[in-house]
Structure formats: structure tokens, C-alpha cells
Design a protein. Structure first.
Length: 249
């Protein structure tokens, strides 16, 4: 009887060992399966999407300046105030409302007599006075045409200079949101085309980052890592870029 019990005990021990070994092997296989599944689900694809749209500026800002040279400040201020009045009348005559333009304070500088050696002396020979005016309008074509007619002011003995004309897009924030959404859709479509060509499918979008956002002249090919906002052209093109990452199934 003792021998039979020893045999049974031995069989039970062997069986227990096999069960334990099986559990270890099963755990190992299951762990590897989980890891493989996780790896499959963490495979990602990064793509770049873009979108562009042509648009016309709807806000123009015109800067012009004028100056006066005079022997004394009193007569200088009288002349520059007269010039200011004529410029105001000129703008009003061309349907520019009073609230659409503003004058800067008058700047005045002494002009010194030149010595024979070419250097300035300490003796004041007169004064130079100058003033700037900024004109804003939503009618970009009208203001552009007006800026080309400053000869009318020159004919009135006003020493005027037509400076910078800048063109802006007033609803840029709304357009930016729209363009980034379109660029994201483009990124998704690119990822889908790339993955489906190999029999796979894209999953959720893990990450999306805004790339370069640029506003350039209509036919421009300018590109900058820091972005561009062209203000010299009426007709513009908006370019938006999005870098997106998708999971692969």
C-alpha cells in the first residue's frame, strides 16, 4: 500500500508541475499576443495636409505725408494747417468720411545754416514741419484710385508724398479656422489613400499641429518657415498647412 501511495503522490506532483508549466506558457503566449495587439494598434502614420484659397482684400490703409519749410514757426504752422484743411477737403470731396482718416501731431525741426566747410552751424536758418495722415476704407478700389491722384494736392502747392498703401483681410480669424479644417480633411484623405493602397485602414487622429499659415500675393510662390502676411497686394492667396498623425488598423 505504501508503494501505491508513493506512486500516486508522484503522479500528483508531476501533474501539478505540468499544470504550473502550462499556466506559465499560457501566460507567456497571452502576454505576447497582447503586446502584438498593442503594437498593431500603436502603428501610426504622419501626413501633411494643405488647403489654399484666393481672396480679395476688403480693407485698405493709405499713408501719406506732407511738409512745410518756413523761416519761422508761426508762418510754418499757418501753412501746414492750411495744407491740412485742403487735404481734409480733398478727402471729403472723394467720399472719404471724417471718421475714416486721422492726422498725427505736427513734427517740427530747426534747419541750421551751413558753414563753408559743409557742417551745420548753431544758427537757425528756418524750420521744417511735417504731418502724416492715415486713411482707411473698405472700398479698396476707390482708395487705391484716390492714392494715384495726389497730383491734385501738388497742384495746390502742397508738398505731399503718397507713402505706403496696405491691404488687409478683415475676417482673417474666421478664414483661418476654415482653412485649417480643410487642411485637416486633406491630411486625412492623404493618409487614407496611402494606407488603403496596402490593404490597411486608418483609425483615429492622434495628433494635429498647425503648420505654416501664409497670406501671399495671388500668383506668388513665396514660402517662409515663419509665415507670411503680404499687405502690398489686393488679390491674395491663403495657404494653410496641418501636420496630422493617424493610427493604422
Amino acid at each position: 500500500m505504501k508503494d501505491i501511495r508513493e506512486v500516486k503522490d508522484y503522479q500528483i506532483a508531476v501533474l501539478g508541475l505540468l499544470i504550473a508549466l502550462g499556466a506559465i506558457v499560457s501566460t507567456y503566449i497571452l502576454s505576447n499576443a497582447v503586446i502584438s495587439y498593442q503594437k498593431m494598434n500603436t502603428q501610426t502614420l504622419s501626413v501633411t495636409g494643405s488647403a489654399s484659397q484666393e481672396i480679395k482684400s476688403d480693407l485698405a490703409v493709405w499713408n501719406l505725408s506732407y511738409e512745410v519749410r518756413s523761416k519761422d514757426l508761426k508762418s510754418g504752422y499757418a501753412k501746414i494747417n492750411s495744407d491740412k484743411k485742403q487735404i481734409t477737403d480733398f478727402l471729403a470731396a472723394n467720399s472719404i468720411e471724417a471718421g475714416s482718416f486721422k492726422f498725427t501731431p505736427v513734427a517740427s525741426y530747426p534747419v541750421y545754416k551751413r558753414m563753408p566747410n559743409g557742417y551745420d552751424s548753431n544758427e537757425v536758418d528756418g524750420y521744417r514741419l511735417s504731418q502724416n495722415v492715415e486713411v482707411t476704407s473698405n472700398d479698396v478700389d476707390k482708395l487705391t484710385k484716390l492714392s494715384e491722384n495726389t497730383s491734385q494736392l501738388v497742384n495746390k502747392n502742397i508738398e505731399v508724398s503718397s507713402n505706403r498703401m496696405d491691404y488687409y483681410v478683415s475676417n482673417l480669424d474666421e478664414l483661418k479656422i476654415k482653412m485649417l479644417a480643410e487642411a485637416t480633411k486633406d491630411a486625412k484623405q492623404r493618409a487614407k489613400s496611402m494606407v488603403e493602397s496596402t490593404g490597411g485602414h486608418i483609425g483615429v487622429m492622434n495628433d494635429a499641429r498647425m503648420g505654416v499659415f501664409q497670406i501671399v500675393a495671388k500668383n506668388s510662390t513665396d514660402v517662409s518657415d515663419y509665415g507670411i502676411y503680404n499687405t502690398s497686394a489686393i488679390d491674395k492667396k491663403i495657404n494653410a498647412v496641418v501636420n496630422a498623425t493617424f493610427t493604422i488598423k
